[in-house]
Design a protein around this ligand. Structure first.
Ligand code: NDP
Length: 333
């Protein structure tokens, strides 16, 4: 069996380019004892992968030039020499950016019975949904009826953050990059106030949308968004620091917010987190989110790129706002 895979050809400088990647075809070995052969169905491209393209120490090791990339994906077992993973099983794993592969069965997580389409387990019921859930409820310590602002609101994480906050009776504000995204947030997802951050000052929008201030700012973007939100926080507000996508392609160090002292007088909590810090909540998250998705309390969208050769374009699209909801690459099989 053959598989195509995407490799890092060179480390991107600034905005990633298609020329930073190459596609190669490899043979996929038959599984030996304890191994499993998997055909991928869909794979994730995620903003954090940009950081792994830089040669530096982080919470995940850097990608190596000339090597295939990797990341979250879902596939189906097509041959197995591991009784724990029978042929036909849907498995979640870190062997993305390729069509098929053989690996030790212990590197796969069986998904069990699926209650939603398989790609939902990369998005709303997968890592981004879990990030929203733990970031808002655990890190953000959300209380019913509070005022919540989320940036990157029409993305995979942000769209779920806003909807969970609505389920908790909150007033919800969101920012995103286009009029179509804003219409989705207000007309379909129930956001109370949403704005295009290209249009006017973020601070003015926050003052208009949250005249009494913000209790929880879920930060996906950093930079100007964080600075504006700090100015509008209520006493004892919380800021889960989830991501800072506005800075991921910076070629020079980016200055921090110039008003961090707001955090002192207002007794704010700014807390960074990584979703995997909360793996102990994975089963609870899955059962609650499957229920919300199947009963329609939580809606999700996907932007689909079909074919492994489209994976670099899908990845780059995360930084130009090409996605509404979760960016997914579908693969044959
Ligand atoms: P999204 O689905 O939100 O996709 C990225 C979006 O970011 C784009 O669609 C674009 O939307 C927006 N964006 C891109 N560049 C900028 C910019 N310069 N300024 C403002 N917005 C920008 O991605 P995810 O939901 O997967 O991730 C959202 C954030 O959460 C990221 O920062 C990511 O790194 C972080 N994250 C953190 C995790 C953790 O464990 N801490 C886990 C998962 C994600 P628009 O059109 O609105 O600009």
């Amino acid at each position: 069996m053959e598989s195509r895979e995407i490799r890092l050809l060179r480390r991107p400088v600034g905005m990633p380019q298609p020329e930073d990647f190459e596609i190669a075809t490899v043979d996929v070995p038959e599984p030996e004892e304890g191994e499993v052969q998997v055909q991928n169905l869909c794979m994730s491209v995620d903003p954090y992968m940009r950081g792994r393209m830089i040669d530096r120490k982080s919470y995940t090791p850097p990608f190596q030039v000339g090597e295939p990339l990797n990341g979250g994906a879902i596939g189906k077992v097509v041959a197995s020499a591991d009784p724990d993973h029978p042929v036909g099983e849907h498995v979640s794993h870190r062997w993305g950016w390729r069509e098929a592969f053989t690996c030790p069965g212990k590197e796969l997580q069986g998904l069990g019975e699926l209650k939603a389409p398989v790609s939902a387990y990369l998005g709303a019921i997968g890592m981004p949904g879990m990030t929203a859930y733990v970031g808002l409820l655990e890190v953000g310590a959300l209380k019913d009826g509070e005022t919540v602002f989320v940036s990157g609101a029409a993305g995979a994480v942000g769209s779920i953050v806003g909807q969970i906050a609505k389920l908790h009776g909150c007033r919800v504000l969101g920012s995103a990059g286009s009029a179509e995204k804003i219409a989705w947030l207000t007309d379909e997802l129930g956001f109370d106030y949403a704005f295009d951050y290209h249009d006017g000052s973020i601070l003015d929008h926050l003052r208009e949308g949250a005249p009494d201030g913000i209790d929880v700012y879920f930060d996906n973007v950093g930079g100007e968004h964080l600075q504006a939100a700090l100015t509008c926080m209520r006493p004892s507000g919380r800021i889960p620091l989830c991501g800072a996508i506005s800075m991921y392609n910076a070629t020079e160090p980016v200055p921090g917010p110039n008003n961090l002292t707001m955090a002192i007088g207002l007794s704010l909590t700014l807390r960074g987190f990584i979703v995997s810090n909360f793996n102990h909540l994975a089963a609870q998250f899955r059962s609650e989110m499957e229920e919300w998705v199947t009963n329609g309390s939580i809606k999700y969208r996907e932007t689909i790129f079909a074919g492994i050769e489209k994976a670099p374009e899908a990845f780059i699209g995360l930084f130009t706002g090409a996605n509404t909801g979760k960016m997914v690459v579908t693969l044959g099989g």
